[in-house]
Design a protein around this ligand. Structure first.
Ligand code: SF4
Ligand code: SF4
Length: 367
């Protein structure tokens, strides 16, 4: 991390103005439909000032914060960076027949503008690293993801208010941003500590009116981080989870979970690291054109496990087992670490409150 400086809160709007002047479309957290989500942001007054969130299994509510002037006194809402890069539905290519009935294929790469995202949390930066590993593998770079990825400027905000469902400390991914940001902010009472993490971020910071941080500022940031760590009581079971899961393929717990699980796929939609997708074809009625789309898929859809004539995971118990064992076990072999960054979204946004930590603990009790 580069040297930390101070951006006074009264000058916060100058950061947004500068980003716009530098050609970025700015998006940032705002309250919409009872949740904090990323939307186009012109002014700091649009941020969730004075709000905090309360989360528990199957529940997410917003309420007034004890600090009515705080911009970022809340934990992540349902959105991660994922939809900005790996879109829920994206046109990949079209096919058309000419007069001679020859078929022509055309790749449809997205036209992207530079986007600055304000308010990115540490867990989502860790998830970004995982998505990069998947979509930008050397021989198999996904050009759609790559174009969107290159357009992003990421302004992280260190998390001071983890929710009761967060466990990023346990996965080693938070609560403070460690890498992959361009600029990082720590919100204190009247000021932000600000530091750059890339050349792009350094350029922006260099154009802002900043002052030197004091020892008191730095000490406040350390204390705030310690408090955010302390407040997280949810954690992964203290065992070798990948190995435990490999030995639990026939455990009776899978059937118990299936009695509750609706196989709705909410958990995979909100998970910042899930990358499974399927395809959709739209054919013109005259048979001359078709469009090929990539759309998000989920372990919980029947088609996801469909192989040459049959679904290999037709039961909800098998689908949930696939979700948990891939995320927390097979992912380690695939990408060198677990696919979970401890954001807690799958717990909050599961309509029946199924909690991955509770399930892992139940499965591991008999390990
Ligand atoms: S675990 Fe919850 S969110 Fe996931 S499919 Fe089952 S009911 Fe839906
Ligand atoms: S598995 Fe759940 S807690 Fe882990 S990264 Fe995905 S949504 Fe977040």
């Amino acid at each position: 991390m580069k040297q930390q400086k101070i951006l006074k809160k009264k000058d916060f709007q100058s950061l947004l103005n500068l980003l716009a002047a530098e050609g970025y479309a700015v998006i940032g957290p705002q309250i919409s439909d009872g949740a904090i989500v990323y939307q186009s942001l012109d002014h700091t007054s649009q941020l969730p000032i004075g709000f905090t969130d309360r989360q528990s299994p199957g529940s997410y509510t917003l309420e007034k914060s004890a600090n009515e002037d705080a911009y970022f006194a809340w934990a992540n809402g349902p959105q991660a960076l994922k939809p900005l890069l790996f879109q829920s539905e994206e046109l990949l290519w079209t096919a058309s027949k000419d007069e001679a009935n020859s078929i022509r294929f055309e790749q449809c790469l997205p036209v992207v503008k530079p986007i600055a995202v304000l308010g990115v949390r540490a867990c989502d930066l860790a998830a970004l690293e995982l998505q990069d590993k998947h979509f930008l593998q050397k021989e198999f770079v996904d050009p759609y993801y790559q174009k969107r990825r290159e357009s992003l400027l990421l302004i992280a905000v260190n998390c001071s208010h983890p929710s009761a469902n967060c466990f990023c400390v346990s996965t080693g991914d938070g609560p403070s941003a460690q890498k992959h940001y361009d600029i990082v902010l720590t919100e204190l009472d009247d000021v932000f500590l600000i530091a750059s993490g890339s050349g792009k971020g350094e350029k922006i910071c260099g154009l802002l009116s900043l002052t030197e941080a004091t020892e008191n500022n730095r000490q406040s940031a350390v204390e705030q981080e310690e408090a955010a760590i302390k407040v997280q009581t949810k954690r992964l079971p203290d065992i070798d989870v990948p190995v435990m899961l490999k030995n639990k393929t026939n455990h009776s717990r899978w059937d118990l979970i299936a009695e509750k699980c609706l196989a709705c796929g909410n958990c995979t939609s909100v998970c910042p690291t899930c990358f499974c997708h399927t395809k959709k074809e739209l054919h013109a009625l005259d048979g001359k054109n078709s469009q090929h789309y990539r759309v998000w898929d989920s372990c919980f859809s029947l088609e996801h496990g469909y192989i040459h004539g049959g679904a290999v995971r037709s039961e909800t118990s098998q689908q949930y087992r696939q979700w948990l064992t891939h995320k927390f076990s097979a992912w380690v072999e695939q990408y060198g670490r677990s696919g979970c960054v401890g954001c807690g979204r799958c717990i909050s946004w599961c309509p029946v409150g199924i909690d991955v930590i509770e399930e892992l603990s139940a499965l591991s009790d008999e390990a």
